[in-house]
Write a protein that binds this ligand. Sequence first.
Ligand code: QAP
Ligand code: CO
Length: 182
Amino acid sequence: MILPILKFPDKRLQTKAAKVEAVDDNIQKMIKNMFETMYASDGIGLAATQVDQHLQIVVMDVPDSGEDYQFILKNRNTENSKPLTKKHPLCFINPTITKKEGKETHSEGCLSVPGYYAEIERFNHIVVEALDENGKTFTLEAHNLLAVCIQHELDHLKGILFIDYLSKFKQKRLLDKIKKSK
Ligand code: QAP
Ligand code: CO
């Protein structure tokens, strides 16, 4: 089931998500719907907050970056029919970042702010601890776009949008543009 995505400046995007108490059937159904919604909108990450469910759940599927792309090209003969990106569906429940290193700026977008992109400073290397879709604890070391995406999605669970990091001037310009287009 594809769920409607809240769009900025909807105030519900500022809600702080509650911890998931138990990864039960209902939670697993919600995760399935979130993946469906993310893929249907060509997204690489989606937080439960964005579909008006204020629980600490994030789904993600970040296409491979530079090195993996080279790996696929090297194996061209055997992997000819495969697309240049591999599917890496990841689900984070009750996530916490335990290590962050190396600041860099990346271009970010958001399904809740369609058509708008901005350069945001984030950590380039992180370690995140979370539960997976079966309620099992895992620890993941992430770099580059995947690390950026995790930070972006965890912000959603705290009610923070990437545009909150922009100057008041840029925020007002964006708001004016959205109001005009309505
Ligand atoms: C967060 O965002 C992210 O404007 C995930 O018209 C994005 O999936 C983190 C999207 C980039 C780091 C870098 C945005 C789709 C998807 C749009 C998304 C749009 C259609 C955004
Ligand atoms: Co977003």
